[in-house]
Design a protein around this ligand. Structure first.
Ligand code: MN
Length: 196
C-alpha cells in the first residue's frame, strides 16, 4: 500500500521562494494524484504489496508497464524532492558533500551553474539531479517521471522542473525558480545523509 507521505514542513514554510499556494497544488493535488493513480494501477496485481522502489525497478523500461512506472517514479521523485528543501537552506554546501563538490566542479559557483543549466535545458517536463554514479558525483537531468533509481544511480539531490513546480510563483521563468531554490532552500543535511 503506497501512501502519500507527510510534507516535512508546513505548506507556508518555503515562502516566498515557493508559496503555500504552489505547495497546495503541487503536494496536495499533483503528488496525491500520483499516489492515487498508482494505487489503482497496482490493485490486484503482483505489485500491490511491493515497496515503491521495487515497483520502480521492476517496471522501468517495460512499455507495457509505463503507466505504473510513471506514477510510481513520480511518487518517489516528489517524496525525495520535498526532503531536498528546507526554509533557510541553500547557499554553499556543508558537511561531507562540500569537498566532493569542490573536487568535482572546482567551485560552488561552477556547480550551481551546471545544476541550473541541467534544469533550464531539460526540454519540457523533468528533473535535475545531483547523483552518485559509481563513486563519482554527477549532475544529470531526466525527462518526465524518469529517475536515477531506474538507472543504477544514487540520488543525492533533485530539483523538479515540471511547470507545476514553479508556474504559480514564477510563471515561465524557470531559471529564476532554480536560482532561488538553489540559493535559499537546498537542505544540505539531507544531501549529506544520502551520501551515507
Ligand atoms: Mn512535481
Amino acid at each position: 500500500m503506497i501512501t502519500l507521505p507527510e510534507l516535512p514542513y508546513a505548506k507556508d514554510a518555503l515562502a516566498p521562494v515557493i508559496s503555500a499556494n504552489t505547495l497546495e497544488f503541487h503536494y496536495g493535488k499533483h503528488h496525491r494524484a500520483y499516489v492515487d493513480n498508482l494505487g489503482k494501477l497496482i490493485a490486484g496485481t503482483d505489485l500491490a504489496e511491493a515497496p515503491l522502489e521495487e515497483i520502480i525497478r521492476k517496471t522501468a523500461g517495460d512499455p507495457a508497464k509505463a503507466g505504473i512506472f510513471n506514477n510510481a517514479a513520480q511518487v518517489w521523485n516528489h517524496s525525495f524532492y520535498w526532503q531536498c528543501l528546507k526554509a533557510g537552506g541553500g547557499g554553499a554546501p556543508t558537511g561531507a558533500v562540500a569537498p566532493k563538490i569542490a573536487a568535482a566542479w572546482g567551485s560552488y559557483e561552477k556547480f550551481v551553474e551546471e545544476l541550473k543549466n541541467a534544469g533550464v535545458t531539460q526540454f519540457g517536463s523533468g528533473w535535475a539531479w545531483l547523483v552518485l554514479d559509481g563513486g563519482d558525483l554527477k549532475i544529470v537531468k531526466t525527462a518526465n517521471a524518469d529517475t536515477p533509481l531506474a538507472r543504477g544511480q544514487k540520488a543525492l539531490l533533485t530539483l523538479d522542473v515540471w511547470e507545476h513546480a514553479y508556474y504559480l510563483d514564477y510563471q515561465n521563468r524557470r531559471p529564476d525558480y532554480l536560482a532561488a531554490v538553489i540559493g535559499r532552500l537546498i537542505n544540505w543535511d539531507f544531501v549529506n545523509a544520502n551520501l551515507g
